[in-house]
Write a protein that binds this ligand. Structure first.
Ligand code: PBG
Length: 328
């Protein structure tokens, strides 16, 4: 059937027809809202490079999490900013660390929200690297020594009541190490959302301000993926699924929509995409300059990520956009 028998415009004439034709929808139930928690009381410190995002003390975090839940957002992702850092990132797995106490508080005070914790050392190490460094020689992150610490961190989160853990350090074998530690201590019901294809990306810049986690020296290219690679991403995803990941993630989202699509076609696993800080801040900057219609662009971005194949989208836009989804 071709023109003039078939006229694609026929089905675009009004909102009802467009709605009936719509292949992809995003609703608040697809979104995860990230939060940054720090010590103190009454703290609500703006993150300069991420307008609308704050570092919150636990009391203020509780208020925001309740608000997120009221907006229909099912889950939050927690990042912690500790008061002290050391070489082994010990606050990442301290029972009374900031993340552990925040999890306890949210689980006690906000019923029914799913609390996911980021499992990494970079916010907690004095080096700002995602693991511990090898004792001798160059500043290389020691993969296997780090595994043990990541497993301890994940276990401490589960013990505090976390509903799900999300390892983001890009250490080989991290999912396996965490699954084993959780199962050993009878946390077999706690799922793992693995940052499987996490790229060494310039789009994390604003996050490193928000989480105060920029590496003191060097970069993360020896463990995060090269942005040029897609076949390698499929190998990473396959490994994580084999090691026990319940959800696999691609991060960032926008420059990596092809990875989401290829992964979705190759693997029968739930996929998450992380719409990262730099992606958020670019939209905010353009909107502030009056160059784009922010709400419309955000909905278009989230629809694109979902259309590429993501089931779950982690996004700093979650709360501001939740009330405006499902529209025509
Ligand atoms: C590591 C981690 C990072 C992000 C999430 N988990 C930062 C990094 O690898 O530098 C980035 C998220 C974002 O940019 O929004 N703990």
């Amino acid at each position: 059937m071709g023109f003039p028998t078939y006229r694609p415009r026929r089905m675009r004439q009004d909102g009802n027809l467009r709605g009936m034709m719509r292949e992809t929808t995003v609703d608040p139930g697809d979104l995860v809202m990230p939060f940054f928690v720090r010590e103190g009381k009454g703290v609500k410190r703006a993150v300069a490079s991420m307008p609308g995002i704050f570092q919150l003390s636990i009391d203020n975090l509780l208020k925001e999490v309740k608000r997120a839940q009221a907006l229909g957002i099912p889950a939050i992702l927690l990042f912690g900013i500790p008061d002290r850092k050391d070489e082994s990132g010990s606050q990442a797995y301290a029972a009374d660390g900031i993340v552990q106490r925040a999890v306890e508080a949210v689980k006690a005070r906000v019923k029914g929200i799913t609390v996911i914790t980021d499992v990494c050392l970079c916010e907690f190490t004095s080096t700002g690297q995602c693991g511990v460094l090898k004792k001798q020689g160059r500043a290389i992150v020691d993969n296997d020594a780090t595994l043990e610490l990541l497993a301890r961190a994940a276990l401490s989160h589960a013990q505090a009541g976390a509903d799900m853990v999300a390892p983001s350090a890009m250490m080989d074998g991290q999912v396996k190490a965490i699954r084993a530690a959780l199962d050993r201590e009878s946390y077999g019901d706690v799922p793992i959302m693995a940052y499987s294809a996490k790229y060494a990306s310039g789009f994390y810049g604003p996050f490193r301000d928000a989480a105060e986690s920029a590496p003191r020296t060097g970069d993360r290219k020896s463990y995060q993926m090269d942005p040029a690679n897609s076949r390698e991403a499929l190998r990473e995803i396959a490994l994580d699924i084999k090691e026990g990941a319940d959800i696999v993630m691609v991060k960032p989202a926008l420059a990596y929509l092809d990875i989401i699509r290829r992964g979705r076609e190759e693997f029968n696993a739930p996929f998450a995409a992380y719409n990262v800080s730099g992606e958020y801040s670019m939209v905010k900057a353009a909107a502030r300059a009056g160059w784009i219609d922010e709400g419309r662009v955000v909905r278009e971005i989230l629809t694109g990520i979902k259309r590429a194949g993501a089931d779950i989208i982690i996004t700093y836009h979650a709360m501001e956009v939740a009330g405006k989804l499902g529209g025509k």
